[in-house]
Design a protein around this ligand. Structure first.
Ligand code: URA
Length: 277
């Protein structure tokens, strides 16, 4: 895979991207024995031999992203002091050490993301970045429009007011009904507590979406590696949300997207002007 030289140096953990650019400018980097001073030189991390100050650059470990459909009756962590079944029992054949991004209750099911990318996982989970999580839930009885509006505005739980949510009615069964709830934070038992607040307890809960990822037809207990397209979508969400916070816009909002687009267009125009000069 071809990447820019400064990215390959930064990805190896040797230096930040900026520091890597300095190392290149100072002539301390060689590619296949030749000093390279040009920023942006493309290299193939698997084929080219890169040295910094004469020392071989170790390639970055591969980035691993796994989607698991956790069944109920499994703890969503890698081990359990009480000896209950855990998601580790479901990950046979995965040799890279991966960590779950967030939790699902013992009796909940659905999409769990696992990765060896700690910083990315932290951004996906931090409430500041508003990454959405969608749950398909079965509840006792049926909510009226006022209760749905209340959940969407935010309800006062013992650990504070919940952030705005999106609640859609899916279908009604005899005594129960199905809803789709999207939240942008991840407090303990949050969806269950929100539904308890409006006195319609959750009977069944499945996480069906996490940021740009959808559970699709993955069966309970099964896992798969993300496709390149899914992994890239995840990386883009993370970089976009970080940019949104930096520009002071509400992450993921329409205003944030507009600001990002404008900033991108200005950057491109500046680059074009620079090339002409
Ligand atoms: N909210 C809950 O109440 N439980 C889960 O497992 C996930 C979200």
């Amino acid at each position: 895979m071809e990447v820019r030289l400064q990215k390959a140096i930064a990805d190896s953990g040797l230096a930040s991207r900026r520091r890597a650019e300095m190392l290149i400018a100072e002539g301390r980097v060689t590619v296949n024995g030749q000093v390279v001073r040009e920023q942006g030189t493309k290299i193939d991390v698997e084929k080219d031999h890169v040295k910094v100050d004469g020392r071989h650059l170790k390639p970055a470990p591969p980035q691993v992203f796994i989607m698991l459909n956790k069944p109920k009756g499994y703890v969503s962590s890698l081990s359990d002091p009480e000896g209950r079944p855990t998601i580790t029992d479901l990950l046979g054949g995965v040799s890279v050490r991966v960590f779950p991004v967030g939790r699902l209750d013992y009796d909940s099911e659905g999409l769990m993301l696992l990765t060896n990318q700690g910083a990315l996982a932290q951004t996906l989970l931090h409430p500041r970045y508003h990454v959405p999580k969608t749950y398909l839930i079965k509840v006792k009885g049926m909510l009226d429009d006022k209760q749905i509006a209340e959940l969407e505005r935010g309800v006062e739980l013992e650990d504070g007011l919940t952030k705005p949510a999106v609640v859609k009615k899916i279908r009604k069964a005899e005594e129960n009904s199905w809803l789709e709830v999207t939240i942008h934070e991840g407090r303990n038992h949050q969806v269950k507590r929100m539904l308890d607040y409006v006195r319609h307890p959750v009977i069944k809960l499945t996480r069906v979406r996490f940021g740009p990822l959808s559970l699709g037809s993955l069966s309970p207990g099964q896992f798969r590696h993300l496709t390149d397209r899914e992994a890239n979508a995840l990386r883009s969400v993370v970089t976009d949300r970080i940019k949104d916070v930096a520009t002071g816009a509400e992450p993921g909002s329409t205003a944030a997207k507009t600001r990002r687009r404008r900033a991108g267009a200005q950057g491109w125009a500046r680059a074009k002007k620079g090339r002409k000069a």
